[in-house]
Design a protein around this ligand. Structure first.
Ligand code: ZN
Length: 508
């Protein structure tokens, strides 16, 4: 059972796909007029994990994300830089992919662009006019009439009267209602425009997502997502347009999933906030951050907070995440080493050894623990995609793997053949968790080995010889030699203890 927090009902609901075994998702993409900042990246990392999770549990996932490539900000940037709107959008779509690829975000099935969906957008506007939900002004502007939609405000839980009271901007006198919004804007000099039944112009912002999601996912698709700042007016307007055009309530997205803001000093990270970009001193765009820290660390940091919660982002937190990532990476390499050694039968010794049962059961216990943690991991993911909790299970497993590995290397486990299938299962579980979180897909950093990996059986054999020589010295009451051996071993990190049964040793 998968539970999803639906912004529409403001509660967690049990997820029921529209088509058995399939999941359809539409997430609002970026307006490519500048490099994406860390706040932009959050919804895409969130949806990437959700997609991976659904795919892992057997769903066929279809994911659509748009590029708003026709927009005021793009036109403004193009005019300022003396290039075309297409130059700007293509340049920043390139930057978008570079940044998101570094965060291991899988590509969408389709990335529709406004400029390539114009026919569908125009058809949808025409349908809204035909059905009486939209009106055309003399100059060719087309507006959606919010009063015609009885359920307008249902996502943001706002009443039309409240919205009017809150409207501070000067109201366009030509509108029938102050909250009416543009579906089509007539052409202005120096701006790109397309032919339409209402003359040359370009679409308003909201209509593109209605046209694109319905085109590629059909009515009643499963998920619609984006940052929580899109709830109003963007998603509210998408619902109004789509359901009016279809002519049926609840005929658009079934689950509305919104991620919380990223903040810096408790202030929302936003592109429009130039002061913040400036005060961030080169630690604002994904590109900036990636020049200092690995993408997988940034990804992990973003997922260590539940997607609906606000996330305070600063360099100290990135450093913490890097340390955390380092521990996960360490267990990754330790498992690699264990798998290699056990598989190669490097440490084969007589199974009659009295410790065999104890040691074999330790490996089995690690594998059993993994099954339990994996089940907890999936339970966390199925409870509104709680990556924050899921990651703690992965971390717990990493710690246990490292503990086991230390015992192995310290010679407590090393001299016996461990069933390689058990270790391979441990590795499989660990990598399954990683594949959903979406890490270890780039070269995993490997710490320099803390000590030269002397073969444990060799160490054991040498220690037997050394302790036997020391025993001879003690028998001859040659205390100086006996102490010299003990002290030299201590210097080398090996502690010798004399017991009534003879001398024993262990690493410090
Ligand atoms: Zn959108």
């Amino acid at each position: 059972m998968i539970k999803v927090y639906n912004t529409m009902s403001r509660s967690k609901e049990i997820f029921k796909p529209q088509k058995e075994g399939e999941v359809s998702i539409y997430c609002c993409g970026v307006t490519p007029y500048s490099a994406p900042h860390i706040g932009n990246a959050r919804p895409f990392v969130t949806w990437d994990v959700i997609r991976r999770y659904f795919a892992k549990i057997g769903y066929k996932v279809r994911y659509i994300q748009n590029f708003t490539d026709v927009d005021d900000k793009i036109i403004k940037a193009a005019n300022e830089q003396g290039v075309t709107w297409k130059d700007i959008s293509e340049k920043y779509i390139g930057v978008y992919f570079k940044s998101m690829d570094a965060l291991n975000i899988k590509h969408a099935d389709i990335y529709p662009k406004v400029s390539e969906t114009m026919g569908d957008i125009i058809n949808m506007v025409q349908t809204l006019i035909d059905k009486g939900f939209a009106y055309v002004l003399e100059n060719g502007d087309v507006f959606y009439s919010v009063e015609k939609d009885k359920s307008y405000g249902k996502l943001s839980k706002r009443e039309l009267t409240d919205m009017m009271a809150g409207a501070r901007v000067a109201v366009d006198e030509r509108k029938k209602h102050p909250m009416d919004f543009a579906l089509w804007k007539s052409a202005k000099p120096g701006e790109p425009s397309w032919d339409s039944p209402w003359g040359k112009g370009r679409p308003g912002w909201h209509i593109e997502c209605s046209a694109m999601s319905l085109k590629y996912l059909g009515e009643k698709f499963d998920f619609h997502g984006g940052g929580s700042d899109l709830i109003f007016p963007h998603h509210e307007n998408e619902i109004a347009q789509s359901e009016s055009a279809i002519g049926e309530e609840n005929s658009f997205a079934q689950y509305w999933v919104h991620n919380g803001f990223i903040t810096k000093g408790n202030q929302k990270v936003s592109k429009s906030d130039k002061a913040m970009a400036k005060s961030s001193k080169g630690f604002f765009t994904v590109e900036d951050i990636l020049s200092k820290y690995p993408g997988e660390v940034i990804r992990l940091l973003l997922l260590q907070t539940h997607y609906r919660n606000q996330l305070e982002f600063d360099e100290d937190r990135v450093k913490e995440a890097q340390e955390f990532y380092g521990k996960l990476a360490k267990a990754y390499w330790q498992l690699d080493d264990l798998a290699r050694k056990t598989h190669a039968g490097e440490f084969v010794k007589d199974k009659e050894d009295k410790n065999f049962a104890v040691i074999a059961s330790k490996a089995c216990a690690l594998s059993d623990l993994g099954e339990r943690l994996l089940s907890n991991f999936y339970a966390a993911m199925s409870d509104d995609f709680n990556t924050a909790l899921a990651i703690t299970y992965m971390f717990e497993y990493a710690r246990e793997i490292s503990n086991y590995y230390s015992e192995f290397i310290d010679g407590k486990v090393d001299t016996l053949k461990i069933d390689d299938k058990v270790i391979l299962r441990v590795q499989e579980i660990y990598l399954e968790m990683a594949s959903i979180i979406g890490i270890f897909e780039q070269p995993v950093p490997q710490e320099k080995s803390e000590e030269p990996a002397a073969a444990p059986e060799l160490v054991n054999a040498l220690m037997d010889i050394i302790l036997s020589i020391r025993q001879d010295a003690r028998a001859a009451k040659n205390w100086a030699t006996s102490d010299k051996i003990r002290d030299a071993l201590k210097e080398a990190g090996i502690v010798v203890e004399d017991t009534p049964q003879g001398a024993t040793w262990h690493r410090q």
